[in-house]
Design a protein around this ligand. Structure first.
Ligand code: SF4
Length: 371
């Protein structure tokens, strides 16, 4: 049976080619065809082995006998109506096994800087069942391969080149799934996205791995000395509240997370970004701010407060403006660096925690957190 050549890592493809009697260096050539610029109009990656011009006809035919080149099929593409001059786009992709994932292109033009961020999925669904997250209600289906993660950026980069003549500048692993439960593939993908060998060449400091709190994964990142940014979806620094919203807290407590973060900082000397979605009556009070302030003393950090986007059938709301302001002021008074991230693309369900199933969730989900 033919295998998807994009499901191989570079060393795996080298081995596979050697087993077919080919020189291992061919694998690097093939990868450049799969993930480098090609064609006119310019796009990332070729679609057929006979487009790999420096391989020779015999090898092209041999590759066609043993492998196929998968591609993400766009299942829809929804333009946000919220931002006219810089539109947020959600891409729904169908994988070769028929499963669907989503990615988001988020433009940001502030302070004279132009950023084009792609938010990628790392798994089909997610096992962690956070109560505020649409993906969490899907359950877990499977991990994505590194090729499937990179292809989300490849497709969007090609789209961006064709339609706007722009380049992807940042990648965040904050779409469907928990990246640190698919760590090897995510790191492989991040390495490809930052490599000078391929089309993307995104600086490691512009790639963010986000976790809901897999302490073992954070320790592994530290021990590997990864160059990428780390974001922790915190959402509450009070154990019981966090456990009610994020069941992963029952496996990795806040104390374990603090210990893992210290280890991470000791090894990398890199600050950590805390993501905190403000939910009315849940985690937006003075005691919540104080707990967050105490947690923020663990390692150097920045806090991204996220404006909650209501999801159909999920019973959370965003706090009133005055309550938000009071929360932010308390953090500022404690000397913390805080950014309030207005969710982009909420009209297309493209914001944090809204990927994939918002429109498919049928049951009424009742708010399970004590207020
Ligand atoms: S917020 Fe992240 S970790 Fe939690 S269920 Fe959603 S995708 Fe999974």
């Amino acid at each position: 049976m033919k295998r998807d050549i994009k499901s191989f890592s570079l060393p795996e493809l080298q081995q596979s080619l050697a087993a077919l009697g080919e020189k291992p260096y061919r694998a690097a050539q093939i990868f450049r065809w799969l993930y480098g610029w090609s064609g006119e109009p310019k796009q990332v990656g070729v679609q057929a082995f006979d487009e790999m011009l420096n391989l020779g006809k015999a090898l092209q035919e041999k590759l066609s006998e043993h492998f196929f080149i998968s591609r993400l099929e766009p299942a829809n593409e929804t333009l946000s109506t919220e931002i006219e001059s810089s539109q947020t786009l959600k891409f729904l992709f169908r994988l070769t096994d028929g499963k669907e994932i989503e990615s988001v292109l988020i433009p940001n033009h502030t302070h004279g800087r132009e950023r084009w961020t792609v938010c990628v999925s790392s798994q089909v669904g997610c096992a962690l069942a956070c109560t505020f997250c649409a993906t969490g209600y899907m359950g877990f289906t499977r991990n994505l391969t590194a090729g499937e993660i990179v292809d989300q950026v490849a497709f969007i980069q090609s789209w961006l080149t064709l339609h706007l003549d722009k380049t992807v500048t940042n990648v965040v692993f904050m779409g469907m799934g928990e990246p640190l439960l698919n760590l090897d593939h995510c790191l492989e993908a991040a390495d490809m996205l930052s490599s000078s060998d391929y089309a993307f060449q995104i600086a490691p400091s512009r790639i963010t791995l986000s976790t809901s709190g897999i302490a073992t994964g954070i320790r592994k990142l530290a021990d590997l000395g990864v160059k990428y940014k780390l974001a922790l979806s915190l959402h509450s620094a009070i154990e019981e509240k966090r456990a009610a919203m994020m069941p992963v807290t029952n496996e990795f407590s806040l104390a374990e997370l603090r210990s893992a973060l210290k280890h991470y900082y000791d090894r990398t000397k890199k600050e950590v970004f805390y993501e905190y979605t403000l939910l009315a009556g849940i985690n937006d009070g003075a005691e919540d701010a104080d707990a967050l302030i105490r947690f923020s003393h663990t390692v150097p950090c920045k806090i991204n407060l996220i404006d909650y986007n209501p999801i159909a059938n999920i019973d959370f709301t965003r706090p009133a403006e005055a309550r938000q302001e009071a929360f932010i002021q308390r953090l500022h008074d404690a000397g913390l660096t805080v950014t309030l991230r207005r969710s982009r693309g909420k009209d297309i369900d493209a914001a944090c925690g809204q990927l994939a199933t918002a429109s498919r969730s049928e049951k009424k989900i009742v708010r399970p957190v004590h207020t």
